[in-house]
Design a protein. Structure first.
Length: 228
């Protein structure tokens, strides 16, 4: 028997959902199978299983007799672990993103799948890769109004363009030096920079974003913001 968090039988009022509901929420089929298998069965402390592992390791003696508690947060955690394990080729098959020319697709996929819990968020975090420029929604424009933001972004843009290599480590060093020279905190630059470069607050790390875009697209998006 699978129970809700209140330890009563699952119903629509306390957590019961259909497979389609989970699909619409970005949960992978393997994650659902993995989670359901672990609700009434265990294999030591192992939490994440491939389908073959579930088949080959199953032992009826390891079934539990007591009712299991359905925890949707745990399901999402299991889903996140399976997303991380996907190859980039497999990620390409499940997302709905058309990558713009010049985007570092491999890095974009590798970075995005590490930080999301479902395919919905995965798609959202990669939207900034679809075009040369991005639109900044009204809900984010307030974050760009802090005094001195425009000058900071312009100054960092200048420093970044002087880099010989646009690799993550070099971009990170550039940012560290920039912050140290001006006695700034990371958030003061990274937050507005993320919004300008992605049009969102949901994305891989700012260093990965800059590297994913490459110097040309990075520069075009900064200049577009500075002209606005």
């Amino acid at each position: 028997m699978i129970l809700g968090k209140d330890k009563t039988k699952l119903s629509k009022r306390n957590g019961s959902k259909s497979i389609e509901n989970f699909k619409d929420e970005g949960i992978l089929p393997i994650a659902i199978l993995n989670y359901l298998a672990r609700l009434g069965w265990s294999h030591g402390d192992q939490e994440i299983f491939t389908l073959d592992e579930m088949i080959n390791l199953f032992d009826i003696s390891n079934l539990t007799k007591s009712p299991a508690i359905f925890d949707e947060n745990k399901l999402k955690w299991v889903n996140a672990q399976h997303l991380k394990r996907l190859s980039n080729d497999d990620v390409l098959k499940i997302i709905e993103i058309d990558f713009y020319k010049g985007i570092n697709v491999e890095l974009a996929l590798s970075a995005a799948k590490e930080k999301v819990k479902d395919t919905i968020t995965l798609n959202q975090s990669l939207k900034f890769c679809e075009s040369e420029l991005v639109n900044i929604g009204d809900e984010y424009k307030e974050d760009l109004k802090a005094e001195g933001t425009r000058e900071l972004i312009e100054a960092f843009h200048t420093d970044a363009l002087n880099l010989n290599s646009f690799e993550i480590n070099e971009i990170r060093k550039c940012m560290d030096n920039f912050l140290e020279k001006r006695n700034l905190k990371m958030k003061q630059v990274a937050l507005p920079l993320r919004i300008i470069l992605t049009g969102s607050k949901v994305s891989p790390s700012i260093f990965e974003v800059i590297c994913i875009l490459g110097k040309e697209i990075f520069s075009k998006r900064i200049k577009h913001y500075l002209k606005s």
